[in-house]
Design a protein around this ligand. Structure first.
Ligand code: NAD
Length: 492
């Protein structure tokens, strides 16, 4: 499909995106008519001005979610499922609009934005199917003195906070299981990419979602508006995707009300290539694991731990592929690398590469910021990264592929696990036994074994260690929004 997009097409789409807060089924201005600007990272231009919520708007959003909760929780599962299914169908009809909107506000190439619409949509379909599968148990207790009933109940009004890197999928991955479980929500998208969530709220309205079940506020003062919501005793659940640092702060706030929490936090994924790997597969996997979303994914491979005997050949092949990338605005034909989200992201990639070089690494390709407009950084390969380099410890969140050689399987495992994070790992080997050993030894919640992407709505997504708490997607995902009750009754 051609990706040539006209300016008229873009301005018509942007005009159709709501600019207000969505509270209790109404679109409204923020208190005091405050606004915030949304930018296109490929050129720094303002694309839209939208409502900028204050704490009183946040409270109004929670009020609406609390009010709507009893009726939504009592709505038959099939009715809730049908609304989610209608939302899935509407998303298919509007997929080109959603993809373009994400490319405009976030910068990813249009082909990748289409991929995100497909992935994000699957959570609507998956959880529409899970809605009717929430089940309990009934049976005699072991002593024979009574009957036990175990039932599942929606946890209550939820607060969902999402990051900027996957504006649609991070929202559907939380909203769909919450609604499926019978919960109502307040959602706060990242201030850098709020338009997709506003556009999605409109879609939910069109799908027939009752008023107040989903409420959206956008703000440039996330901390000030969010904290009173998290500390409000009527809130029963906080689900956050973002950095570990912010997640830790929110966990402290959530401890006051002993809130249920789900935390999808940072990653520092190892990508291990053994000497018995199929290098073609490993290079294909590396391109996906590293450069998808311009490296701005929590699942992005951060450290390429490659057996010394194949490290040069692997570096040569990935460098060749990287040199074939086309950099530009994501709407342009053939573009494979878009801008980073902002100046800070460019500065971070740049500093990490500089630090690695200062400690002895070599730049095989790239390594430079690209002059504006827009916040671009060259796709980069660095080899011979030395222990102690910042790039091995910190999330890069940019298009930088860093290679560190290893000698033995034990060394590879030690290097891979040498991080406070534990979200995902990637392992390339043609040996089944070695692959099985890696499943047992690597400390991550997910693993791609000869695969460079693992995300799937039907699978439990989540991390070990400081990468988070809880799981999104799969059969597990809905349980994050359910609470269990056990009742003892006499024998009949
Ligand atoms: P971030 O932590 O800066 O922001 C995430 C969200 O939290 C945004 O909506 C932001 O506005 C909000 N926020 C920031 N400070 C807040 C506060 N004091 N109170 C309430 N909300 C606040 O992260 P980011 O830069 O938007 O996203 C990148 C990070 O997200 C990376 O660390 C990445 O690994 C992580 N991430 C994790 C997953 C996962 O599933 N594990 C998925 C995507 C991104």
């Amino acid at each position: 499909m051609s990706t040539t997009i006209t300016e008229t097409r873009e301005s018509e789409l942007l005009a159709s995106v709501p600019d207000g807060l969505f509270i209790g089924g109404q679109w409204r201005a923020a208190a005091g008519d405050k606004t915030l600007k949304v930018y296109d990272p490929s050129n720094g231009e303002v694309v839209k001005e939208i409502a900028n919520a204050s704490p009183e708007d946040g409270k109004a959003a929670l009020d609406a979610a609390v009010e709507a909760f009893p009726a939504w929780a009592a709505t038959p599962a099939r009715e809730r499922a049908e609304i989610l299914r209608r939302a899935f169908d509407l998303l298919q009809e509007r997929k080109e609009d959603f993809a373009l909107l994400m490319t405009i506000e976030m910068g990813k190439p249009l082909a990748e934005a289409r991929g995100e619409v497909a992935y994000g949509g699957e959570f609507l379909r998956w959880f529409s199917e899970e809605t009717a599968r929430v089940q309990g148990r009934y049976g005699a207790n072991p002593e024979g003195t009574g009957r036990m009933i175990v039932s599942q109940h929606p946890v209550g009004p939820c607060f969902l906070i999402t990051p900027w890197n996957f504006p649609l999928a991070m929202a559907t991955r939380k909203i769909a299981p919450a609604l499926a479980a019978g919960c109502t929500v307040v959602i706060k998208p990242a201030e850098l990419t709020p338009l997709t969530t506003l556009f999605f709220a409109k879609l939910l309205e069109d799908a027939g979602l009752p008023k107040g079940v989903v409420n959206v506020f956008t703000t440039s003062t996330s901390g000030a508006v969010s904290e009173p919501i998290i500390r409000d005793p009527r809130l029963r659940k906080l689900s956050f995707t973002g950095s570990t640092q912010v997640g830790q702060r929110l966990l402290e706030q959530a401890s006051q009300g002993v809130l249920r929490t789900s935390m999808e936090l940072g990653g520092n994924a190892p990508f291990v290539v053994f000497d018995d790997a199929d290098l073609d597969k490993a290079v294909d996997g590396a391109m996906l694991a590293k450069f998808r979303n311009i490296g701005q994914a929590c699942t992005a491979a951060n450290r390429f731990i490659v057996h010394r005997s194949v490290a040069d050949e692997f570096a040569r092949r990935v460098t060749e592929r990287v040199n074939g990338f086309t950099i530009g605005r994501g709407t342009e034909d053939g573009v494979t690398i878009g801008p980073l989200i902002d100046d800070r992201a460019v500065a971070k990639a740049s500093q990490l590469v500089q630090d690695a070089v200062n400690r002895g690494a070599k730049v095989a390709t790239g390594g430079n910021e690209i002059d504006g407009p827009g916040t671009f950084y060259e796709p980069t390969v660095v080899t011979d990264v030395q222990p102690g380099s910042d790039i091995l410890r910190e999330e890069i969140f940019g298009p930088v592929l860093a290679i560190i050689p290893f000698d033995t399987e034990d060394d590879a495992v030690r290097l891979a696990n040498d991080t406070e994070y534990g979200l995902v790992s990637y392992v390339f080997t043609e040996s089944l036994a070695r692959g099985q050993r890696m499943i047992e030894r690597l400390e991550t919640g997910m693993m791609g074994l000869n695969m460079g992407v693992v995300s799937n709505a039907a699978a439990p997504f989540g991390g070990w260690k400081m990468s988070g708490l809880g799981r999104e997607g799969g059969a597990e995902g809905i349980h994050e929004y359910l609470q269990t009750k056990y009742t003892l009754t006499p024998n009949p």
